[in-house]
Design a protein around this ligand. Structure first.
Ligand code: GRF
Length: 195
């Protein structure tokens, strides 16, 4: 049975595009939904252009009521038959309640070599620390931020005189390789397990 993957974005969606483009042919999954919490997210148009259904669940009307926002998110995901979620630049922290409902079925990409630099500004922090390498990680989402089991990583050497933007651009190239490969492996093992 083909697995149904929803991709959650907040911005340009370049990782989302790579995931969608990989889910063809013998891939055990297909994209069922691209959902954004930002109505103007550039990725929504890219998903529509690729024939993937889109939805917007804006967090702002919910104010501090995270549970209500996440209930709307959950309903949209269920309505599209979602079985696996990929967070791809989705800039909302999810509560334990939501994460528990999707635990073991929700992946995230993070632009650092976890467990280093959880949270924001990862590239600036790697440069500031004088690290010789940066990179990206795909992991399963657990209630603690950027903390779940790692499914794959790619390292990128830091060059003398590197800037945040230059490093971020080189890491993004690796993200675009890593995330589709990690999702494919994950879906293959889920499919095998379901047989
Ligand atoms: C990526 O660097 C990802 O690791 C981070 O947010 C960025 C999203 O970029 N979580 P895009 O929207 O996929 O282009």
């Amino acid at each position: 049975m083909t697995l149904r993957v929803a991709i959650l974005i907040s911005g340009s969606g370049s990782n989302m595009v790579r995931l969608v483009e990989d889910m063809v042919g013998d891939h055990p999954a297909r994209p069922c939904l691209v959902l954004s919490n930002v109505a103007s997210a550039g990725g929504l148009g890219k998903a529509q252009a690729r024939g993937v259904p889109t939805a917007v669940v804006d967090h702002k009307p919910y104010g501090d009521d995270r549970a209500a926002f996440e209930e709307a998110l959950h309903s949209a995901l269920v309505a599209h038959g979602t079985q696996i979620i990929c967070l791809a630049g989705f800039m909302r922290v999810l509560t334990e309640g939501f994460v528990r409902r999707w635990e073991g079925k929700m992946l995230n990409i993070h632009p650092s070599l976890l467990p280093k630099y959880k949270g924001l500004n990862t590239h600036a922090r790697a440069l500031e620390a004088g690290d010789t390498q940066a990179g990206c990680s795909v992991h399963l989402v657990t209630p603690a931020l950027d903390d779940g089991p790692i499914l794959g990583q790619r390292a990128v050497p830091i060059q003398p005189g590197d800037t945040v933007d230059a490093l971020a651009a080189r890491v993004l190239v690796e993200e675009h390789q890593l995330y589709p490969a990690a999702l494919r492996d994950f879906c293959e093992s889920v499919s095998k397990h379901n047989e």
